[in-house]
Design a protein around this ligand. Structure first.
Ligand code: ADP
Ligand code: MG
Length: 457
């Protein structure tokens, strides 16, 4: 056992260097080499989705790297298993952090300051200018971001980017950070979601590390703050942010801010911050037009090595109008459906899956949502519906409640009943918790997208 652990550690070490951080974390976290002989190696994976992705996309790479570490089996098998460390963790409080397998792990940037930056996610290398499709709805934002990436701090400072959900704000502002890092690996780029910023600030006060906190942000060359609308009503955080802003701006450091609405519409935003946000450039990102949506679908399909026919592309682009994350969702549903059945995607299949309804994909029942969620997270449905408070059950249960709300628009009392609860405040709490968590936790977001993808096939 010791030997397999050591080998797998070495394999992961190499994979981590080969793959983008996003891919590495998404596909290889909580995997393990369970056993190997000359015939086959068995790799434990947390769920069916990861199993399929590893089989399809990474099998050769894994084989290759295993070989370099002295394991050259003829075949690799992937089996679903639960990491023992997860099972043994227990908790009686569901307001605690997500277990590591839910992806709330902090990455990078942790050593610069003494505060426990457990909320910090940093940049995701998946978001680049290269894979961002430019159309009339976002060309202005794109151009401004490119200009900033070339000469940070010189033009458009701050850049304030605003627009609806899922239209590429996070993608673009992260692309700026990634591009600057590419040109100058030493640049100190700080990307933070506002919710993380608030949480760290509160922690800093609680653990009396205010100066560390302030120092960390004020030493940034580029500060990227996502979803600033969440700062509404947070007076102390606004004040802290005000001082950070001033310090950086005075030193000609670049500041980039995103929001789902313009500064004038953010309630209880201090006037002095509001006016500072207007100092530089404000850009409104529009919902993507039809051509842009088609181009996005085609490019995402191609990055999965698939060429979709124009009728399928147009069909998908017509299903979802404003939210590109949802557009990716329907594409993934189609691809997953076809992959599991070994079919090539065509318009008939697309129509069958989405049954021509523009309002949304096929209907699903509360029971199916609960079953799919349980299966996705490899927990028993009975446990999900029970009062158990184990960490590995609490989060899937909250996700299920969230899906009952977002997919079926059920009332809170009804959600509680579907989950075997009497008290509907649990449902309110769960939906709220996951909604907030989704804003700051890309891995959880991805899980929910995947899970939805599975629900509708
Ligand atoms: P927002 O921050 O505005 O809510 P995101 O930046 O998270 O939206 O975008 C949602 C998803 O859509 C991401 O996966 C992103 O990569 C993708 N996306 C958005 N706009 C584009 C685009 N123009 N080209 C390619 N992908 C895009
Ligand atoms: Mg965003």
């Amino acid at each position: 056992m010791q030997e397999t652990a050591g080998i797998w550690q070495a394999v992961l070490g190499e994979l981590e260097l080969t793959l983008s951080r996003g891919n590495f974390v998404t596909w290889f976290k909580n995997t393990q080499l369970l056993d190997f002989t000359t015939d086959k190696a068995i790799i434990g994976v947390p769920n069916i989705f990861i199993k399929q992705q590893l089989e399809r996309r990474y099998n050769d790479l894994i084989k290759d790297v295993l070989g370099k570490n002295g394991v050259s089996p003829e075949e690799i098998r992937y089996e679903i298993y639960s990491a023992p460390s997860m099972k043994s963790k227990r908790s009686t409080d569901d307001s605690v952090e997500l277990p590591e397998s839910m992806g709330n792990k902090y990455v990078g940037e942790t050593r610069r300051s003494g505060v426990a930056h457990k909320y910090r996610q940093g940049l995701n290398s998946r978001y680049t200018f290269e894979n961002f499709i430019v159309g009339s709805s976002n060309e202005l934002a794109y151009a401004a971001c490119q200009a900033i990436a070339q000469k940070p701090g010189e033009k458009y400072n701050p850049l304030f980017l605003y627009g609806g959900v899922g239209i590429g704000k996070t993608h673009l502002i992260q692309a700026v950070g990634n591009e600057i890092l590419k040109n100058n690996p030493k640049a100190h780029i700080v990307y933070i979601s506002t919710e993380q910023f608030i949480q760290e600030f509160l922690d800093a006060i609680r653990f009396k590390k205010n100066t560390d906190f302030a120092g960390y942000y004020r030493s940034a060359d580029v500060l990227i703050v996502d979803d600033i609308q969440f700062i509404a009503g947070k007076e102390k955080t606004q004040e802290e942010f005000f001082h950070t802003f001033n310090a950086l701006h005075q030193a000609n450091k670049q500041i980039i801010i995103s929001s789902d609405k313009p500064p004038r519409d953010i309630p209880t935003l201090e006037e002095r911050l509001r006016s500072r946000f207007a100092w530089g450039m404000s850009i409104d990102m529009q919902t993507p037009d039809f051509e842009t949506r088609c181009a996005i679908v085609q490019s995402k399909a191609q990055s999965n090595n698939l060429n979709l026919s124009p009728d399928v592309v147009e069909y998908l682009a017509n299903l979802v109008h404003s939210n590109i994350r949802e557009l990716e969702g329907v594409l993934n549903q189609l691809l997953a459906y076809c992959e599991m059945r070994g079919l090539d995607p065509d318009i008939k299949i697309a129509e069958a899956i989405f049954s021509g309804s523009v309002a949304g994909p096929k209907r699903i029942t509360p029971k199916q949502i609960l079953e799919h969620t349980a299966r996705y997270y490899s927990v028993d449905l009975e446990d999900l519906m029970s009062p158990k408070r184990d960490k590995e059950i609490v989060v899937p249960r909250q996700v299920a409640m969230h899906l009952l709300r977002t997919e079926l628009k059920l009332s809170f009392p009804k959600i509680a009943r579907e989950c075997g609860r009497k008290d509907h405040t649990t449902a309110i709490h769960a939906v709220d918790k996951i909604t907030k968590e989704l804003a700051v936790n890309p891995q959880l977001r991805q899980q929910v997208v995947e899970l939805k993808g599975r629900m509708y096939v």
